[in-house]
Design a protein around this ligand. Structure first.
Ligand code: SF4
Length: 301
């Protein structure tokens, strides 16, 4: 399996090439909302989960031909990217190309000095911070043994003050878990202590790892956004990204993406420069059962 997927259209980052550093779902959390499925290996151990030279080769090969066609190269995928021991080395290589780098992190390792240092070079970092309540945290993220919310909150605070790029906390809202104003009150006080650009609000929109948990609707998102803003928390519209480029369709590109996450049919027009060609290709993959479609999402069968 390859480590690159996409590019996929991201509401936040435009056309984004994904870097996945794990051969299976390996993470420090087992979030109820994870769109990659349930975590297979729950761990806080940093390691070379994908061979460094293979990842470097793929990144260099892709960027030398396509770096001007994408908005960001984004570390995300089937696990927490900071568990990858050589993340700094990968970032160094990416910096040789004219493309912005982004990291989506669950924040669990930000209390580690080495981890903080290794990710300072990213242009954009989006750390997940959904609650300051340990019980809610356990319910939402189902963390590996030994992870304490208190340590994470401290680590995020320290990092936000030393980091010079765009620091955009992402608040994941789960219905009936952390969606009340009472739950958000503590989080508001915490966020005020951070150096941040603005917060993104997110909720479950794709098929999730634990189907008992649900997202909230648009009206509820707006209610929470208004509540945060009334309390002086800056929010950034999740649809604010402007994509500068689109890419050509290939079966391989689509399948590599679906191996990591489902893609909604409404995203096809934003990703591929000729959606008609993409639709013909996708229909063939559906006909021969290489992929399937469920509730508007294309997935691997
Ligand atoms: S959502 Fe992210 S942090 Fe949570 S289990 Fe999935 S990969 Fe890990």
């Amino acid at each position: 399996m390859r480590s690159l997927f996409g590019p996929v259209y991201s509401r936040r980052l435009g056309l984004s090439l994904g870097v996945n550093l794990f051969k299976e779902n390996i993470c420090s959390y087992d979030c109820v909302y994870c769109e990659c499925g349930r975590t297979k290996v729950l761990t806080t151990k940093r390691d070379e989960y994908f061979e460094l030279n293979d990842v470097l080769f793929e990144i260099k090969q892709y960027l030398s031909e396509n770096c001007l066609k994408i908005d960001h190269i984004t570390f995300s995928g089937r696990g927490e990217p900071t568990l990858y021991l050589y993340i700094e080395k990968l970032l160094e290589e990416i910096k040789r190309f004219p493309v912005a780098s982004a990291l989506l992190t669950n924040s669990s390792l930000l209390n580690d000095k080495e981890v903080r240092k290794s990710i300072l070079g990213f242009d954009v970092i989006m750390p997940t911070i959904s609650t300051v309540d340990q019980n809610q945290f356990n319910t939402i993220h189902r963390p590996a043994k030994g992870i304490r919310l208190f340590d994470i909150l401290e680590g995020v605070k320290v990092f936000s003050k030393m980091y010079r790029g765009l620091f955009i906390p992402e608040i994941m809202i789960i219905k009936d878990v952390n969606d009340s104003e009472k739950s958000l009150a503590g989080l508001i006080e915490y966020i005020k202590e951070l150096d941040y650009k603005g917060c993104h609000l997110n909720t479950i929109v794709r098929p999730a790892a634990y189907s008992d948990y649900k997202g909230i609707n648009k009206e509820e998102i707006n209610r929470i956004k208004n509540f945060l803003e009334k309390n002086d928390i800056r929010c950034i519209d999740a649809d604010s990204a402007i994509s500068k480029a689109k890419i050509g369709y290939s079966d391989e590109r689509l399948i590599n993406t679906l191996l990591v996450r489902p893609v909604h049919e409404s995203d096809i027009k934003s990703i591929f420069k000729d959606p008609q060609i993409a639709i013909v290709g996708i229909n063939k993959l559906l006909d021969n059962h290489s992929i399937n479609k469920e509730k508007g999402f294309f997935k691997i069968s």
